[in-house]
Every structure is written in C-alpha cells, then in structure tokens.
Design a protein around this ligand. Structure first.
Ligand code: NAI
Length: 270
C-alpha cells in the first residue's frame, strides 16, 4: 500500500534534481504534490508530467497537483505560496524544504552578497517555510511533518563553501530546535543529509567522467547517489513508519560521514 496515500505535500525547489525525485516518489506513494519552483516554469511543468504519471500508477482516480512559483527567501512570496496551496488542497500535511544553492569562493575573498545569497535561500528560506507550515499545523490541530534537505556538510566542513556549510550546519540546529519545541503538538521535524548526488547542482563534475571518478574515489561505497536513493529516505521519514522519529538527520551518503581516510589504519602506524 502506498505510504503517503492522500497526504498533501509542498516541496520547495521541486522542478529539478533531488526535489523533482522527491515529488515523483511522493506521488508514487499516493500523495498530492505542490511543486514549488523559482525560475523555470518549463522545468516545473516537466516535473508535473512525471508526477502525474507516477500517481496514475498507484491511484486510478489520480492525485491533485499544483505548480507554485515562489522565491523561498522572500517572506511575502512564501506567505502567498502557503495560502495558495492551502486554498487548493484544503490543508498541508508535509513540507519538504529542498530548495538550495551553493557558490564556491575562497573564504577571504567572499563578498557579503556571496554569503547572504546562499544563507538567505538555504537557511532563511527553509526557516520561513517551516514557520508558515508550523503556523498552519498548529491552527489546524492535526500535527504535521517537516523534512529538511540538509547535506553531509551539515557536519563536514567544506573549504571554499563556507556559506553553504554554515547554512547546512544551521539547518541541523533548526531541525533539532523545532523538533523539540513542537514534539508535544504532533509535529515531527527531521532532515536528510545527502552525500554526493548526481543532480544539476553538481554539473561541474557529474558530466565529466574524469572529475566524476575523482569525486567517487573519496566515497567509501565508490559511487555517487542517484536522486531516487535520496528521495527514498524522504519517503520513509514523511511516512507513519517514522512516526516516533524526530529531530534527526538521516545521512544517505555511501559512507561519506564515516571518516573515509580511516579506511586504512594510518593513525596507528600499521
Ligand atoms: P538543484 O540545483 O537541481 O536543486 C535546487 C533547486 O532549488 C532548484 O530547482 C532551484 O531552482 C531551487 N531554488 C534555488 N533557489 C531557490 C529559491 N530562492 N526559491 C525556490 N527554489 C529555489 O540541485 P540538487 O542537488 O537537487 O539540490 C537540492 C537540495 O539538495 C539542495 O538543498 C542541496 O543543498 C541538497 N544537497 C544536494 C547534494 C548533491 O550532491 N546534489 C548533496 C547534499 C545536499
């Protein structure tokens, strides 16, 4: 039986990469999916077609879906997005904070705009959406689920990606703080921490076989993840199978957070 039958879900940045894979997977689990995008309506419409196909495979009557444009870092746009989804779907059960960006710059050369742009979308945006979802969940009184797309860089420092690392480190704390604050009111808050995953954000290495092999040489399982492997963790955490899990980050990283350099016992001189 589909895990998310009839659940109403809003996924940010859902028109590409991992967000798109989550939208398709959730539709396959019987959910009604609101697809947020910020830039390309065409990408969102392509995602909608795939979401519909996935849903039809499990629900003959089909699912509801919705495309909703909003920049998650803008308070007024986030409010309008939530109002629209709640108006069209009736209510929201699950928010997935997936939208994210990165920009590599040596820390001493980073301009404030480089820093602000990443933190504004990855952390402020996730917080604005979480706040809107929590207000809705509390008003409705039926609980809810918030899932954050974090990263292994929530705990692994990433030189030249300071703003990204900070945003994901902040996301870890936000996940735990909100989980604790609202645990008694039926709201679960968790995160998924993907490792290297083949998506547009990683175009720089994913499309170059040599660069990809170099990246994969650092991963204990020897390969990058597919978006579908990451989406599977979101489907689990969103479902009632995870009904007693809150405040956690589930790393889906092929072993990247296991200190891969310790594969050999170099520190003991063997
Ligand atoms: P992606 O670039 O395909 O996805 C990011 C999405 O966020 C895009 O659809 C983009 O349009 C959207 N977005 C950007 N700014 C936005 C804004 N202001 N408002 C609304 N949407 C906005 O790349 P990917 O890999 O699918 O990234 C998704 C999430 O996964 C990000 O949060 C990223 O940090 C996280 N992640 C990705 C990893 C990877 O290796 N691909 C590893 C760890 C985490």
């Amino acid at each position: 039986m589909p895990k998310l039958e009839g659940k109403n879900v809003l996924i940010t940045g859902a028109s590409t990469g991992i967000g798109q894979a989550i939208a398709i997977r959730f539709a396959r689990e019987g959910a009604n999916v609101a697809i947020n995008y910020s830039r390309s309506k065409e990408e969102a419409e392509n995602t909608e077609v795939l979401v519909n196909q996935a849903c039809m495979a499990v629900r003959e009557s089909g699912c509801k879906d919705l495309i909703v444009q909003a920049d998650v870092s803008q308070e007024d746009q986030v409010s309008e997005m939530f109002e629209r989804v709640i108006r069209e779907f009736g209510h929201i059960d699950i928010l997935v904070n997936n939208a994210g960006v990165q920009r590599p710059v040596a820390s001493h050369e980073m301009e404030m705009e480089d820093f602000d742009w990443v933190v504004r979308i990855n952390l402020r945006g996730a917080w604005l959406c979480a706040r809107a979802a929590i207000r809705h969940f509390l008003q409705r009184g039926a609980g809810g689920v918030i899932l954050n797309n974090s990263s292994v860089h929530e705990i692994i420092p990433k030189p030249k990606y300071l703003s990204y690392s900070i945003s994901k480190g902040g996301m870890e704390n936000m996940t735990k703080t909100l989980a604790l604050e609202y645990a008694g009111r039926g709201i679960r808050v968790n995160a998924v921490g993907p490792g290297a995953t083949i998506t547009p954000i990683n175009r720089a290495w994913a499309e170059d076989p040599k660069a990809k092999a170099e990246v994969e040489s650092h991963i204990p399982m020897g390969r990058a993840a597919t978006s579908e492997e990451i989406a599977a963790a979101f489907a689990f955490l969103a479902s009632d199978e995870a009904s007693y899990i809150t405040g956690q980050t589930l790393f889906v990283d092929g072993g990247l957070t296991l200190y891969p350099e310790f594969r050999v016992a170099w520190s003991s001189g063997e």
